[in-house]
Ligand binder design. Structure first.
Ligand SMILES: [Zn+2]
Length: 65
C-alpha cells in the first residue's frame, strides 16, 4: 500500500499519482547483450554501441534475491 499524504487535494493527488507512474516508466533496466553495457531508461532503447539486442527489464519484474 502506498501512503497518501492527507493534505492533498484531489487535483494534487492526481498529479502525485501521475508522478508515480512517470517514475515507474523511468525504471527500465536495460542490458546490452553485445557490449554488456547496463543503464536505466524510460523506454527500451538501442544501446550506444548501435546494438538493438538489448534486454529490458522493468524494476518491478526483478525477482527477489
Ligand atoms: Zn552495447
Amino acid at each position: 500500500m502506498s501512503e497518501i499524504p492527507p493534505q492533498f487535494t484531489p487535483l494534487e493527488l492526481h498529479d502525485w499519482q501521475q508522478s508515480l507512474e512517470e517514475a515507474a516508466r523511468h525504471n527500465i533496466f536495460c542490458h546490452c547483450r553485445e557490449c554488456e553495457r547496463e543503464w536505466i531508461a524510460s523506454n527500451p532503447e538501442a544501446c550506444v554501441c548501435g546494438s538493438k539486442r538489448v534486454e529490458s527489464i522493468a524494476y518491478w519484474q526483478f525477482p527477489d534475491g
